[in-house]
Design a protein around this ligand. Structure first.
Ligand code: NAP
Length: 295
């Protein structure tokens, strides 16, 4: 029927920058009959209702996915296995499960084994984002003209892939299909390494003597400020990317300086605390740049 939405019922598990931008596209183009948003914190859930991007909110995974035709997992990657285990028994037969994780093989390994055989998993990664987080930061145009990479498994249902593809085309994205392992290598160079460099440069600057640090912020327009924007990206999300795309990232890391070597050691040892601490520190530098009116 022409005026039926693409999906009658959609559940977002996690509805921050990416999830809320997808929900806004669904609202704009009437692609979802009913949207349920699932998040841990009451402020996230309240924001979704206030913004009008969800009809229903919950902190309960089972309640969120019940009767959903499409389930979008849009949380930090480290949560995916727990979420897959929690939703598996409550999924509607024939439901489509998709995700937006920035790493694909680890996400597939975390989610796919737990899903029942009567649902369809279509892993996806929109190559679009900003350094902001949370449902307020989303906007419907985020994906316009940007790539979305799908990494379906060999046995993934073609109709399910087509429905997910239709959503991304409506969002304005250009679509590409790749094997998950290949995706992870490409993204290690185009996205993960540049972010690692930015985190390293801003972290090194933060270690400088106080007077020099002030000058770095003062004169940041000469290049530093662009690294500070990248290095202000979400600490938890990027901790998870490096922990989950370890091999490909290490491959492209060889030539960098002492601080990069230190980061490399942290990733190899799986020291998420060290990474998160550094990433959280660099986020604060962005604030200094804005305060110095260099942004
Ligand atoms: P975000 O803005 O920080 O949003 C994360 C959302 O997940 C929030 O709604 C958060 O709400 C919720 N959440 C966190 N842990 C949860 C849990 N255990 N259970 C349920 N909800 C949980 O993050 P984002 O930027 O949208 O990123 C989400 C995913 O998109 C990540 O996997 C990332 O790799 C991928 N991605 C990000 C970008 C980007 O540039 N940002 C680009 C492409 C892909 P509560 O804290 O209230 O739970």
């Amino acid at each position: 029927v022409a005026d039926q939405p693409l999906f009658a019922r959609v559940a977002f598990i996690g509805i921050g920058l990416i999830g809320s931008s997808m929900a806004r596209v669904m609202r704009r183009d009437h692609l979802a009959g009913h949207i349920v948003a699932c998040a841990r914190r009451p402020e996230t859930r309240e924001a979704c209702l206030k913004l009008g991007i969800a009809d229903q909110v919950t902190a309960d995974y089972a309640e969120a996915v019940r009767d959903a035709d499409l389930v979008v997992i849009a949380t930090p990657i480290s949560t995916n296995e727990t979420i897959a285990k929690a939703i598996a028994a409550h999924l509607k037969p024939g439901a489509i499960i998709t995700d937006v994780g920035s790493v694909k093989q680890a996400v597939i390994d975390a989610i796919a084994p737990h899903l029942p055989s009567n649902v369809h998993f279509v892993p996806a990664h929109p190559l679009a984002g900003t350094e902001h987080s949370g449902p307020e930061s989303g906007f419907a145009e985020l994906f316009q003209g940007r790539w979305c990479i799908l990494t379906p498994l060999p046995n993934t249902d073609a109709t399910a892939i087509e429905k997910v593809s239709t959503f991304w085309r409506k969002a304005g994205s250009k679509l590409q299909t790749m094997q998950a392992g290949h995706h992870d290598k490409v993204l290690a160079i185009t996205s993960h390494l540049p972010h690692l460099i930015a985190y390293t440069i801003v972290g090194t600057a933060d270690d400088l003597a106080e007077d020099l640090k002030q000058e770095v912020i003062q004169y940041s327009a000469s290049g530093f400020r662009d690294f500070t924007r990248i290095a202000a990206s979400d600490p938890v999300m990027w901790r998870d990317i490096f922990l989950n795309n370890r091999e490909a990232t290490l491959d492209v890391l060889q030539r960098f300086t002492e601080d990069l070597t230190a980061l490399q050691r942290a990733i190899r040892r799986g020291d998420g605390d060290a990474l998160e601490k550094l990433f959280a520190r660099t986020r604060a530098i962005r604030r200094s740049v804005i305060d110095a009116k260099q942004a």
